[in-house]
Design a protein around this ligand. Structure first.
Ligand SMILES: C[S@@+](CC[C@H](N)C(=O)[O-])C[C@H]1O[C@@H](n2cnc3c(N)ncnc32)[C@H](O)[C@@H]1O
Length: 243
């Protein structure tokens, strides 16, 4: 069992933060179709609770989802029972031969896998390139530097009928990373259960990401939105096509 997206935060992400996956979905489906991929196998890295997998199934694709969080994968089996799911790190798990690979909602930024921290995205891009058929695409988004002004601890909260989340973000310009300290409360019976998690992410600028994709052999398009759904500031999406 890993220490991130444990049972309660996985539940809260699924019920309270579904917007990103659901609002990105029409734009990403369009990207797949525009690239001549109207069906076939999509490997979804960091698939979370299967929200995007369910959209893909509905559009006629087969789906293989991979996520490091057992709790997320448990939800995904319930949400998208027609898909295949696996618990594992996307930086190590075998990526089966496929038509498209996706990693939606800043999945590649997370530093949940210590072995990966040193290697950066380079290995992953090579592995994805190897798994895709010619003409296949890798669609993903990453956060870049500049999420929080230097020296600031930015605090926020979100809430739903049976949960609340407090968070504090701090960026370290020198290491190019950001830490999110997350305190979540979920109602269990008459009481609220508290869980603390710390998520570290590495921030990748759009130029360095596009250059690394190019070195792995991809033709690259950088975007500020998935179709009509705009990403936030310093948040870029990529369509990397294997020629
Ligand atoms: C912000 S959530 C997005 C989930 C889903 N893609 C969505 O859009 O709803 C990030 C997900 O990436 C997963 N993740 C982070 N690092 C990972 C890794 N090394 N291997 C597999 N999954 C990872 C987390 O467990 C989490 O489910």
């Amino acid at each position: 069992m890993v220490d991130w997206y444990r049972e309660d935060l996985a539940y809260i992400h699924d019920v309270g933060h579904a917007d990103f996956a659901l609002k990105s979905a029409p734009g990403i489906l369009e990207i797949l179709k525009d690239n001549g991929i109207p069906d076939g196998l999509v490997v979804d890295l960091g698939c979370g609770s299967g929200l995007w997998a369910r959209e893909l199934l509905g559009a006629g694709y087969r789906v293989h989802g991979i996520d490091i969080s057992e709790a997320m994968i448990e939800l995904a089996w319930q949400k998208a029972p027609g898909a295949e799911f696996r618990v594992g790190s996307l930086f190590e798990a075998e990526i089966p031969p496929c038509d498209a690979v996706t990693a939606v909602s800043e999945v590649l930024n997370y530093l949940f896998d210590p072995a990966y921290e040193e290697r950066g995205l380079r290995d992953l891009f090579g592995r994805v390139h190897g798994a895709l058929r010619p003409g296949g695409v890798f669609v993903f988004d990453v956060l870049g530097p500049g999420q929080v002004p230097a020296g600031v601890k930015k605090q926020g909260f979100s809430k739903g009928p049976d949960w609340a989340v407090l968070n504090e973000k701090e960026e370290d310009e020198e290491t190019g990373t950001m830490e999110r300290r997350i305190v979540s409360f979920r109602r269990v019976g008459d009481l609220y259960r508290r869980t603390d998690e710390v998520h570290r992410v590495r921030l990748y600028g759009p130029q360095e990401t596009a250059a690394a994709l190019g070195r792995a052999g991809f033709e690259v398009r950088t975007m500020g939105s998935y179709g009509g759904y705009p990403l936030g500031e310093n948040h870029a999406a990529f369509v990397a096509r294997k020629t």
